[in-house]
Write a protein that binds this ligand. Sequence first.
Ligand SMILES: Cc1ncc(COP(=O)(O)O)c(C=O)c1O
Length: 422
Amino acid sequence: MEEQNGGSPPDIAGAGAVGARVQAANTGGHTHGRAPTGQLDSFIYLDHAATSPLHPEVLAAMQPYLTHAHGNASSLHRFGREARRAVEQAREQLAAWMGCDPSELVFTSGGTEADHSALCGLWLAAGRRGHIVTTMVEHHAVLHTCDFLERLGAQVTRVAPGKDGVVRAKDVLAAIRPDTVVVSVMWVNNELGSVEPVLDIAAAVRANHPHVRVHTDAVQGLAALRLNLHEAGVDAAAFSAHKVGGPKGVGALYIRRGTPWWPVLHGGSQERGRRAGTENVAGIVGFGAAIERLRRDWDRHEAHLLRVRDRFWAEISRIPGVRRNSPADAVPGILNVAFAGVRNDRLLMRLDLMGVAASAGSACTAGSLEPSHVLSACGQTPDEVREAVRFSFSDATAEDEVVEAAARVRAAVTTLRERTGA
Ligand SMILES: Cc1ncc(COP(=O)(O)O)c(C=O)c1O
């Protein structure tokens, strides 16, 4: 089996043929990112920051590992060796794109686990007492892990952002104390698309506080920015596959070589003893394939997102009483807006009926429309926060779709305002 290396699907019991059939089934007229199965053909999906549809190429790459190539990557026989080869190939694909060594990446069950393991592992390795600096705009994967560590004895400072959702590097640096052990600042905010000054913070921490470790939640950054982890100088970073056309339930944790860090999941010695549990081989292969596609299409991808976002904004900015919450220099995949007098829960339900899927910022709170902690931290009033809606795009989003979506948004806003007299 070893000779079969080189990126082609493994040929265990005819898996190659299956791969080819899947490829064929998925290339002809596939509307990935448009209508969820069995729903309105004209349904428009603008919630890619919550999750992006599995790309057909990714599905084709995964298929053999969901069927014939079913080995456990720890097994010594040929099925196991093939699974191991596929996992290591994916690790190399990720590392090449992210600018790190493959050995510095640990596969996880997603972004949440990667954030959790980074923060807990860094804090535990630093002596279980230290102070943590983070921001008020982090994803709950970071904020709730910090709450948990507080219960274990950590002290945590949560730095407030400006009105634009961006924390100032000087405020983060000013929060560092002699007992600070970890600084955690996200790369790109999931609700606003704002880019946080992680690079400046990492450089300053390295220069002035070399004992402090810097973690970044790069889950949304992956779809939006070219990153080079070694150049960025961070000690840890969290990634997730399902934001870039990969499968849900797989992610990666970057831990820079030599960083004091304790594993938090114990059991088998998978991932070189850094994360116990049988590897999700198909998911990991899918993550690798999603990254390959991102790498290949990067220039086109960036330009496309900008075009689609700007076109959508040009259309909806003509709706009276619209506000743009996302800063002008936010990444192009995320646009957060608000319509004066229109509650987001009503608007989102109306849009769903009209065939547009969007969200109110963080979709990760189990479908509940909790008021956004990010916009509250930006100083918005509870009423303003309740008007915020996030539209997010991917390269599967077509320009004609966003024009049509904008028309539906206008109609929905008008109807709701008529009903409520707003
Ligand atoms: C910024 C950010 N961090 C972490 C996560 C959690 O990632 P996962 O869904 O893979 O657990 C998300 C998911 O929305 C996110 O947007």
